[in-house]
Write a protein that binds this ligand. Structure first.
Ligand code: ZN
Length: 316
């Protein structure tokens, strides 16, 4: 049976009609009305109606960038959207005939990789999404780990890294301000502003483009610019230490790295792996986790949300 998956992000709401094998039949997207909770619900309902028009759809899964409560009914808090204790499930469900299920967006993305992507074949999977922030998902023995209050797997906010950079969550020591795409860009900007000759290529790219963005940093990485590679290695080192901590608790078979920065591939995986081995307890006497780059590029959230909805419905 087909299901609709919706992924509500800070800038866009993506939707897709997804089959049982995780294939996207059709998809569409609209800008997120980020400062109007009711308008977000309206947009989601419209997308679900549009995508299910003329086909039999069993359920809709809605993934959202926020803390989802244990009942999967309310968004407790969303750093980049206007939601505070938002009863999103009730608002959407009231206007649709099919069952609606809510999930955290990183959880949905991790689920898609587990079912159809880089985690296929494993039962214990951790995913880190390295984008604007650092998202996480944990699958334990084939089940998505949601936690006692629904807030499990916020891996970007495990205070394992040390350091005093403030995090968007209000704490310090989280991996997010050291291991996100935002952190990478910030370090690159600091290097350029310092006037250090090491940053000459990044400065050149910034001048050509008018400002330094992730695209220019990525270009410098693909050109093997030593300064950009060093910044990426620092990012990987911070992430690897956190992965070692995560592995001490969860002992996964595979750690999947996704999000925009994962486009760097092995240039990111290698420093993560080195740092992981340096910080892993009893590293010489235990099997090592397999690292993989996420296979879904942009569609993990919608595919995972649709599949989780089917699972909640009991048809999986
Ligand atoms: Zn944090």
């Amino acid at each position: 049976m087909h299901a609709v998956g919706i992924d509500i992000g800070g800038t866009k709401i993506a939707g897709a009609l997804v089959d049982e094998q995780g294939n996207i039949i059709r998809e569409t997207r609209v800008p997120t009305p980020a400062h109007d909770a009711d308008a977000i619900a309206d947009a989601v309902v419209a997308l679900i109606r549009e995508l299910s028009d003329g086909v039999e759809v069993g359920a809709a899964g809605v993934a959202a960038a926020g803390f989802v409560d244990a009942e999967r009914a309310n968004i407790v808090y969303a750093p980049n959207l206007s939601w505070r204790n938002e009863p999103i499930k009730a608002k959407i469900q009231a206007r649709l005939d099919i069952p609606v299920f809510i999930e955290n967006d990183a959880n949905a993305a991790g689920w898609a990789e587990f079912r159809f992507g880089a985690g296929v074949g494993a039962k214990h999977v951790v995913m880190l999404t390295i984008g604007t922030g650092v998202g996480g998902a944990v699958i334990v023995d084939g089940h998505l780990l949601r936690g006692g209050f629904g807030l499990a797997a916020e891996l970007g906010h495990v205070p394992l890294n040390g350091g005093d950079r403030p995090c968007g969550c209000g704490q310090t020591g989280c991996i997010e301000p050291y291991g996100s795409g935002t952190a990478l860009l910030k370090s690159a900007k600091e290097l350029v502003e310092s006037g250090d000759p090491k940053g000459a290529r990044l400065a050149e790219l910034a001048e050509e483009a008018g400002e330094l963005t992730g695209a220019q940093v990525y270009q410098a990485i693909t050109e093997n610019d030593s300064a950009a590679l060093e910044l990426l290695a620092n990012l990987g080192a911070a992430l690897g230490k956190t992965v070692a901590g995560i592995c001490a608790v969860l002992d996964p078979e595979v750690v999947i790295i996704g999000g925009g920065v994962s486009a760097a591939g092995d240039l990111l995986l290698n420093p993560i792996r080195e740092s992981y081995l340096r910080h892993l307890s009893a590293a010489a006497y235990r099997p090592h986790v397999r690292f993989a780059i996420a296979e879904f590029v942009n569609d993990a959230g919608v595919v995972g949300a649709a599949d989780l909805a089917r699972r909640e419905l009991g048809t999986l």
